[in-house]
Design a binder for this molecule. Structure first.
Ligand code: RP5
Length: 246
């Protein structure tokens, strides 16, 4: 269902009746089916019976009259959880890993997602009780086989992700961190089960315009901070001007 841009929960039409969708895979992975089964990852069908707080980087979470959390960015045109396991915020972490290649171009580690076929940061969901820096390391390892530590990485974004899976009642938020490697050439990548490809890609306009969800926004934030620290500038074709002052 199309929702006019600028629609909020306060100004939406009283006639708004979006189709309801929660994927059968989500119901099949309901943790309340067997609380001892650690392979189950989805919330109960009842949003008032979940085992987590309703929190968001975007502010206080609001609810509808049935106790369903409401997407902080407003109506999406679909209710339920879609493909997402949790009611409310589904927290992810995104490791942005960069280097300058031998031609002088700024590169980053990307994966090709199996679900949409788009290139993306090799991020993933934060497991229950996991620290974000642990998620960054684990997800990068699982999706690309690169083993890196994120304890000293630079935080570059924290908040809502414009993810195609978002619904009125379940949405993605992330913590994106940046790690720039001086010796990135030694890292060999191999795609894990969740990805069709894992590779270094030049960060140029063409890559940024075709990345999954709002990943380009996080990468531009990382580049901006890196430019401030180093005084170098990443040009739109990916070449790094080391003598510029940003
Ligand atoms: C995006 O989905 C996040 O930014 C992160 O990259 C990703 C996590 O979901 P999965 O890759 O685990 O499906 O919203």
């Amino acid at each position: 269902m199309d929702v006019p841009s600028g629609t909020t929960w306060d100004n939406m039409s009283p006639a708004y009746q979006p189709p309801e969708y929660t994927d059968p895979k989500v119901f099949a992975k309901d943790k309340t089916i067997d609380p001892n089964d650690t392979s189950l990852w989805a919330d109960s069908e009842n949003p008032t019976k979940v085992d987590h707080y309703y929190v968001s980087y975007e502010g206080e979470v609001k609810f509808d009259t049935n106790g369903r959390p409401l997407n902080p960015k407003g109506p999406t045109g679909i209710s339920g959880r879609g493909l997402l396991g949790k009611w409310g915020t589904n927290f992810a972490a995104d490791p942005i890993v960069t280097r300058i290649n031998s031609d002088g171009q700024f590169e980053m580690i990307t994966i090709k997602r199996k679900d949409t076929g788009e290139f993306a940061i090799p991020g993933g969901m934060v497991d229950h009780g996991e620290r974000v820096t642990e998620t960054l390391k684990r997800e990068l390892g699982e999706e690309t086989s690169a083993e890196l530590d994120f304890e000293s990485a630079t935080p570059v974004y924290q908040g809502y992700v414009d993810d195609p899976r978002n619904t009125d009642n379940a949405w993605m938020e992330t913590d994106a961190y940046h790690l720039h490697l001086e010796d990135g050439d030694s890292i060999v990548l191999a795609a894990g089960d969740d990805a069709d490809d894992a590779s270094w890609k030049t960060v140029d306009i063409s890559l940024l315009e075709n990345l999954y969800a709002s990943h380009a926004q996080f990468i531009l934030g990382a580049i901006q901070k890196w430019q401030k620290r180093t005084g170098a500038v990443v040009m739109p074709d990916g070449f790094v001007n080391k003598n510029a002052s940003s």
